[in-house]
Design a protein around this ligand. Structure first.
Ligand SMILES: CC(C)(COP(=O)(O)OP(=O)(O)OC[C@H]1O[C@@H](n2cnc3c(N)ncnc32)[C@H](O)[C@@H]1OP(=O)(O)O)[C@@H](O)C(=O)NCCC(=O)NCCS
Length: 171
């Protein structure tokens, strides 16, 4: 299987939305958060992805995709704040890999590609929020440092409150 990890062009993004909708629903319904609560209805997933179009076109958001034999099977995003005192930093958002592809180092390779995209844009301070187990086992081995844990930061199924770690990486 030929795997390619690269930034998605704004003009090709709309054609990827149907696959991204399916991936987001599958990932959240499998227990990840990504800002949603399972079950995710397709309309909500569509609204989320289509809502990115203006920022992708403006360059204030970058989406890096994992393509296997031309099919998108994972992605991660950088959001680039535009305020004058924030032009050295970026938020890392919505990192996920299709379940069938996990545990083979693709997630780490996706983050390496995302970091390279950040460097190219002079964004050398990266910020993210993650559940504690993902923070400890995925992000920290990549060099991210934990600032702290906010108890009950996000909502889960049945109103459960889920602790979330804040992390940063200096590139
Ligand atoms: C997190 C995720 C992107 C990692 O992708 P991946 O391709 O499986 O990652 P890798 O194969 O590069 O694994 C790197 C390490 O992270 C660990 N890891 C990966 N996913 C993990 C998870 N959900 N929980 C705990 N550890 C995880 C792996 O065990 C591996 O550690 P090892 O090298 O010591 O074995 C993937 O598991 C995923 O899509 N999860 C659901 C979405 C999610 O939680 N995203 C994070 C939002 S902040």
């Amino acid at each position: 299987m030929a795997t390619e990890i690269r930034a998605v062009r704004p003009d090709e993004f709309p054609s990827l939305v149907p696959a991204l909708v399916d991936l987001l629903i599958d990932t959240v319904d499998d227990g990840a958060s990504l800002g949603f609560i399972p079950p995710v209805v397709p309309a909500a997933a569509w609204k989320y992805w289509i809502g990115l179009v203006p920022e992708l076109a403006a360059g204030s958001r970058v989406l890096v995709g994992v393509f296997c034999d031309g099919q998108i099977l994972g992605s991660a995003q950088l959001w680039l704040p535009s305020l004058p005192n924030a032009r050295h930093r970026a938020d890392v958002q919505k990192v996920f890999i299709a379940r069938t592809l996990r545990g083979r180092g693709v997630g780490a390779a996706l983050m390496a590609a995302l970091h390279e995209c950040a460097r190219q844009r002079d964004r050398t301070l990266l910020l993210l929020n993650a559940r504690r187990n993902v923070a400890d086992r995925f992000y920290k081995p990549l060099g991210y440092r934990e600032v702290g844990v906010i108890p009950g930061y996000s909502l889960g199924p049945n109103g459960a409150r889920i602790d979330t770690a804040s992390l940063y990486l200096q590139l």
